[in-house]
Each structure stands twice: as structure tokens, then as C-alpha cells.
Design a protein around this ligand. Structure first.
Ligand SMILES: *Cc1c(COP(=O)(O)O)cnc(C)c1O
Length: 378
């Protein structure tokens, strides 16, 4: 019997690529971070659809691993996630509250991260009108200049506690700008600023560390760590070997192979002209799938232990690689990210960071989830 290309590749469809997310690996990474955190609790940062991997699958896996605190960036993300979480789990919105969203946030059992005095005032006013203190985190700016209360705003709260009359401050937090560079002097400066600012606010749990911050010294851990990328297998910093287990495999399908003579132009703009006869393979993934155009002529894919370099520009729907002697045929799958092509290496080749690779992953892939317990492919 003749097998169709899709059958050969063991696939049910003809998607350009297959994105496999190992939920068990996310759970093991979570437990690894819990161990790293010493006694501190560990939240799961699941903003941007769990860094592109699918929050509706990732959040339940984290719950099963013991995670009880979640962070997203937007209220809309929180509204979608809240029904998937049990009542006992807390869910924070990092980007804070836009004017007019307070009631919806409170009624939905979602905790805002209050980032300005205006947000504090609006949340407190709602609490007072409802006759109860509404839980929230307060973020202080310990030096990153992005979001959070500036030192003089913290002082304004400290000198007028009535401004927080309708707020139950359940967390005081800040964010590190340079934690992935462990020796950067900003880390110690932000730590000191955070401690000073937090001391002026109501007593509450404290949180400073993201993934990278968890791998600084123990003083950065406080009560709650907020890792994102490390859960998903990204390196917490570039100075030590990545201690996290890979979570993502991304395979691209071969659509054609061809032999080209010396002096053949390859891809848009002829950014490469063959200097010898070459065997090429064209893959059915492009920048519309989040395989960034900046990986043109830089990245590589892996197939059966071989590294096949990307030649020419990444197109919208395809990439050309030099296949050499590899036994590739249409329908085969090659690894863009896999055991021999790490997420961090792919990011490096594209001149970016693992975060951008993951959150850029497009919607055309066939998605497979290795379920936490069984290791099957539902
Ligand atoms: C995104 C984010 C995190 C998670 O950061 P990672 O580097 O992915 O661990 C934690 N805290 C805040 C405020 C964030 O914006």
C-alpha cells in the first residue's frame, strides 16, 4: 500500500508543522523551581496564553503540580482563566486596572496589581462602596521605570493610610530589570529599594523574583516567586547551563527537496547564491508561524542528528535549508526546536530571546499536548 506523506510522518493532517507541549515537563520544572525557592511559594506566570503554549492546558497542569497563584498581564486574560481555577487559587493582573474595569475585576474574583495612585484610589473607592476591603497587590517601582508606584507615591500612601481604606493589601511586589545578569549592580540596588519601599506599605507577602531572580541569591526570594520562562524550559540566565527541562518541540514539514547548480539564487532577494551544487529542502513554516525573518541565513534545523542550516531569507510560509546528505523526503518532519535544537539556540540565531520565540508561535501548527501523567498524545 502506498502511504501518503502525512501517513509517513505519523500525522493526521497536513499542517505545516507540529508543536508539541510537554505538560509533564512543565510540572517538573515547577517542582524544580519550588525546590530552588527554598521556603518561598512559587506562582505561575501564564500571561500571553502561557507564553504561547496554551493557558487552558498549562494552568490545569500547574494546578496539579501544586501552584495556587497565577499572574496574567491583562484583565481579558484573567477573565478567560478565572473559570478554570478553583476558588482557592488567586489570580493577579500584572498590568493593573484601566479606569472603569474595577467592578468587573472585583466581581470576577480577580486581584489587580495596583500600579499607580489612581488605581489605588479607584480600587479603594469601590471597596468602600461595597463595604469591604478588596484584595489587591501593590507594585512599587524599585528601579525599572516601567510600572508601579514611584518612591514619592509610596510615601504619599504611607503618610495617608486612609487612601488604602478599601484595599486589602495581599502582596507587595516589584520587578527586576537585570536579573538575567547575576553580577549586574542593578540587582542589589533594586533589592535595597524594594525593601525600603515595601517597609512603608502595609504588611503583606512580598514578591520580587521572576525566573532569573530565583537564581540570584536567597535574599531575592521573599514570600512568592513569579517565574514564567523557566516553567516553559527557557534558560533563567545566560551565564550558567540551563537547569530547566525542555517543554517545547517544534517540527516543520518538508514540502520539497531539490538539487540546485552552482550560481543558483536561493530565496527572496538572492541573499544567498549557491557556490556549488547544493541539495535543498523547503519547509512549510515561515515568519507567519513565528519563525522570525531575522533567522534568515542564521538558524538551523535538526534531522536525525544532522544540523541543516537555513539558507536564504525566511519567507512568510516557508524556509529553505541545506539538506546535504540527509535522507529527507516530502512529508518528513524536522526539528526547529527539539532535542538537538534548543529553544535558546533558536532564539540566539534569530537575534532574540526565548520569550519572543515562544510568544510569536503562530496558530497554524497542529498542537499536541503530552499529558502530565500518561505521556500520551490526546
Ligand atoms: C513576565 C513577568 C514575570 C515572569 O518573568 P520571567 O522572566 O518569564 O520569569 C514576572 N513578573 C512580572 C511583573 C512580569 O511582567
Amino acid at each position: 500500500m502506498l502511504l501518503s506523506p502525512a501517513d509517513r510522518a505519523g500525522s493526521t493532517g497536513s499542517s505545516g508543522g507540529v508543536l508539541t507541549v510537554d505538560l509533564g515537563a512543565i510540572q517538573r520544572n515547577y517542582r524544580r523551581l519550588v525546590a530552588q525557592a527554598g521556603g518561598a511559594a512559587v506562582a505561575g506566570v501564564v500571561k500571553a496564553d502561557a507564553y504561547g503554549l496554551g493557558v487552558e492546558r498549562v494552568a490545569p497542569a500547574l494546578l496539579e503540580a501544586g501552584c495556587r497563584t497565577f499572574f496574567v498581564a491583562h484583565l481579558t486574560e484573567a477573565l478567560a482563566l478565572r473559570p478554570l481555577l478553583p476558588d482557592g487559587a488567586e489570580l493577579f493582573v500584572l498590568n493593573g486596572l484601566l479606569p472603569g474595569d474595577e467592578r468587573l475585576c472585583a466581581e470576577s474574583g480577580i486581584r489587580p496589581v495596583l500600579n499607580s495612585l489612581e488605581q489605588v484610589a479607584a480600587w479603594s473607592a469601590l471597596g468602600l462602596s461595597l463595604g469591604r476591603r478588596l484584595p489587591a497587590a501593590i507594585q512599587v517601582d524599585s528601579g525599572m521605570s516601567r510600572v508601579g508606584l514611584a518612591p514619592q507615591e509610596v510615601e504619599a500612601l504611607a503618610s495617608d493610610p486612609a487612601r488604602l481604606a478599601g484595599v486589602e493589601t495581599v502582596l507587595v511586589m516589584s520587578h527586576l530589570a537585570c536579573a538575567d545578569e547575576p553580577d549586574h549592580p542593578a540587582n542589589a540596588a533594586q533589592l535595597a529599594a524594594f525593601e525600603t519601599l515595601a517597609a512603608r506599605l502595609p504588611a503583606a507577602r512580598r514578591s520580587l523574583a521572576n525566573s532569573a531572580g530565583l537564581f540570584l541569591d536567597a535574599r531575592f526570594r521573599f514570600d512568592l516567586a513569579r517565574p514564567g520562562i523557566a516553567l516553559y524550559g527557557g534558560a533563567p540566565n545566560a551565564v550558567r547551563p540551563n537547569p530547566m527541562e525542555p517543554v517545547v518541540r517544534l517540527e516543520a514539514r518538508v514540502i520539497q527537496t531539490r538539487e540546485v547548480p552552482a550560481r543558483a539564487g536561493i530565496g527572496y532577494g538572492f541573499s544567498v547564491v549557491a557556490d556549488r551544487p547544493m541539495r535543498l529542502a523547503t519547509l512549510s513554516v515561515g515568519y507567519a508561524d513565528g519563525w522570525l525573518r531575522s533567522a534568515s541565513n542564521r538558524g538551523a534545523v535538526a534531522f536525525q542528528g544532522r544540523r541543516l542550516p537555513i539558507v536564504g531569507r525566511v519567507s512568510m510560509d516557508s524556509i529553505i535549508v541545506e539538506a546535504g546528505e540527509a535522507a529527507l523526503a516530502p512529508g518528513d518532519l524536522v526539528d526547529l526546536i527539539g532535542p538537538e535544537a534548543s529553544l535558546d539556540a533558536a532564539a540566539e540565531a534569530a537575534g532574540t530571546i526565548s520569550y519572543e520565540i515562544l510568544t510569536a508561535l503562530g496558530h497554524r501548527y497542529e498542537r499536541r499536548y503530552l499529558s502530565a501523567n500518561k505521556g500520551d498524545r490526546p
